[in-house]
Design a protein around this ligand. Structure first.
Ligand code: NAD
Length: 277
């Protein structure tokens, strides 16, 4: 029976759902897969310690790793090669060890893209406002412009972050495709994408004034714990088409599982698992 050793490097990852998602999918394929959390906080390592952990994992025979906050950029200098999305984005959430090489991928981008295409098919994509220009925001913005959004307005309580992400996106996708802006521009948008932590238990509330929501606006959420955020509840009450953050979380895991094992995962079953966890 083939067996795989995988894991997750990040900070505060004790409650991660990734071990259960990967190990259950492996069980359905009749393979053994162990998924370990390598938590920087528990190990007493600084984020820069990611290099040491990647080297150790490689020596110990790991097949691959997921990488999360705060190491998605820091890990890059410790890899031999990057897949195209990871190279363009400058962030890695999945590392595969194969043939003596460590290759970085970004399945946050592909995971969000699949969730969006599945959950909001044919959503009008002329102008989209995105709240949050952090780690998740960078991946989601890249996916949106790849999917064909014409113009993305980026809002962040830290305007420097919004401007820096807009600059990086313009360099990749062309003049006029992204710009920093303000939340009130939702009035002129087809859709709203939320990529800040607002709506999680530690950050309750709405990320923008409720009066800016209106019927006809579609709303995509990145937060997935809980799946039902205040933003989604408000938007749905108005009749907006909505997408929760579960699809991105499950489909990034499915894409990582495929990279780790070479097997075709069942993304819908992984999403059902996530919803039930
Ligand atoms: P981050 O800290 O890197 O970025 C969050 C950004 O939001 C920061 O730049 C902050 O200044 C900004 N912000 C906070 N409140 C705001 C507001 N009200 N309006 C505008 N900007 C605001 O965090 P992150 O890693 O990008 O994670 C953000 C959320 O995405 C978290 O809840 C995380 O759990 C979720 N996430 C989901 C998935 C998934 O697969 N569904 C993947 C990654 C992250």
């Amino acid at each position: 029976m083939p067996s795989y050793l995988t894991g997750l490097i990040g900070s505060g990852i004790g409650p991660s759902l990734s071990p259960a998602l990967h190990e259950r999918e492996a069980g359905r394929h009749g393979i053994r897969l162990l998924y370990r959390t390598l938590d920087l906080d528990t190990l007493g390592l600084a984020p820069e310690g990611v290099g040491e952990l990647v080297r150790a994992a490689r020596l110990l025979g790991f097949d691959g790793l997921n990488i999360t906050h705060p190491c998605k950029q820091l890990v890059i200098e410790h890899l031999d090669e990057l897949a195209p999305e990871a190279a363009e984005l400058g962030a890695v959430n999945t590392v595969v060890f194969r043939g003596g090489r460590a290759v970085g991928h970004n399945t946050d981008v592909t995971g969000f893209a699949k969730a969006f295409a599945r959950g909001l098919p044919d959503a009008p994509a002329g102008h989209v406002v995105q709240l949050g220009a952090g780690g998740a925001g960078a991946a989601v913005a890249h996916a949106l412009l790849t999917l064909g959004v014409d113009r993305l307005t980026l809002c962040d309580t830290d305007p420097v972050r919004a401007a820096a992400l807009a600059d990086a996106l313009v360099a990749r996708f062309g003049e006029g495709r992204a710009a920093p802006g303000v939340t009130a521009q939702v009035a002129d948008a087809d859709g709203l994408v939320h990529a800040t932590p607002t709506g999680m238990a530690a950050h309750p509330g709405l990320p923008l004034p409720a009066v800016l929501l209106r019927p006809g606006l579609w709303v995509a959420e990145v937060v997935y714990r809980p799946l039902e955020t205040e933003l989604l509840l408000e938007a749905r009450a108005l009749g907006c088409r909505t997408l929760d953050g579960g699809g991105m979380a499950a489909f990034q895991a499915a894409d990582a599982f495929r990279l780790f094992t070479g097997l075709a995962p069942d993304p819908e079953q992984m999403l059902a698992d996530l919803t039930g966890l």
